[in-house]
Design a protein around this ligand. Structure first.
Ligand SMILES: [Zn+2]
Length: 256
């Protein structure tokens, strides 16, 4: 049975583990890096197929993610693909812990996954009895990729949609990307939950923790209801072509 923890440990206990691990179901692990190792406290995902495992994001590099992944894969005969939701430092910082990692530029990501028409083409990745759709969504960083898992119907959105501050340096690209993502979902790809890569909101609607806060009491849950994607898309559509800040209950759009 699929589940989320009632509450994520924000990882500020000094003698606590460097990562909190939660099995969403028997083939989907969610791993959170403790805030005490880095205030970003990013989430990584390990998706298991029958032939391959996909690790999305390696964290900031301040914690030993490799050890966690090795333990999770022990006794399973799976080839590991290490890739990213996007190329920012707090998602690729642990890359050197792994032997082989997918490159972090849009060109390298497109080449590895066989995307010839970036960002308009959606491609499949088959982990073995588990097919993902990969949807390019540049705007936050440039090599941003969303991952839709047909089996669980989870949509992994990286830093492009999560309960926190959505930083948008490329407003035009971001608006187009979120529209494409919403169109993909509307075209017969229903979502169970939206899962991003951070939590920066408190449990009060639209209220975030201070930038750089290394303690997160009463965090918002990680998972967002699928309707939040539609809300983001509509908010961006209403906002028009010039960047501005948008505060909603479940996200804050922050142009840069
Ligand atoms: Zn980022």
């Amino acid at each position: 049975m699929a589940s989320f923890p009632t509450r994520w440990d924000d990882g500020t206990t000094q003698d606590g583990p460097e990562h909190q691990l939660h099995w969403y179901d028997e083939r989907t692990a969610i791993i959170r890096q403790a805030l005490r190792t880095n205030f970003e406290g990013p989430f990584s995902y390990l998706l298991l197929g029958s032939e391959r495992a996909l690790l999305l994001d390696t964290g900031t590099g301040d914690a030993d993610l490799r050890k966690v992944v090795d333990e999770l894969l022990a006794g399973r005969d799976l080839a590991l693909i290490v890739a990213h939701t996007h190329g920012h430092g707090d998602h690729i910082g642990g890359d050197s812990q792994f032997e082989q990692v997918v490159g972090t530029s849009a060109a390298e990501v497109a080449e590895y996954f066989g995307i010839t028409a970036w960002p308009d083409e959606i491609v499949e990745l088959d982990l073995g009895e588990r097919v993902l759709d990969l949807i390019p969504i540049p705007g936050h960083e440039g090599s941003d990729l969303a991952f839709y898992d047909r089996t669980t119907r989870l949509l992994l959105t990286g830093d492009s949609l999560y309960p926190g501050r959505l930083y948008v340096p490329d407003w035009t690209a971001f608006r187009a990307s979120i529209r494409r993502l919403a169109d993909f979902v509307a075209a017969g790809n229903p979502v169970s939950w939206l899962l991003g890569a951070h939590i920066e909101l408190t449990n009060e609607p639209g209220v975030d923790f201070a930038m750089g806060a290394d303690v997160h009491p009463d965090e918002h849950p990680l998972q967002l209801e699928p309707a939040v994607l539609g809300e983001l898309q509509e908010a961006l559509s209403e906002a028009g072509p010039s960047p501005h800040r948008i505060v909603r209950d479940k996200f804050i759009v922050s142009p840069r």
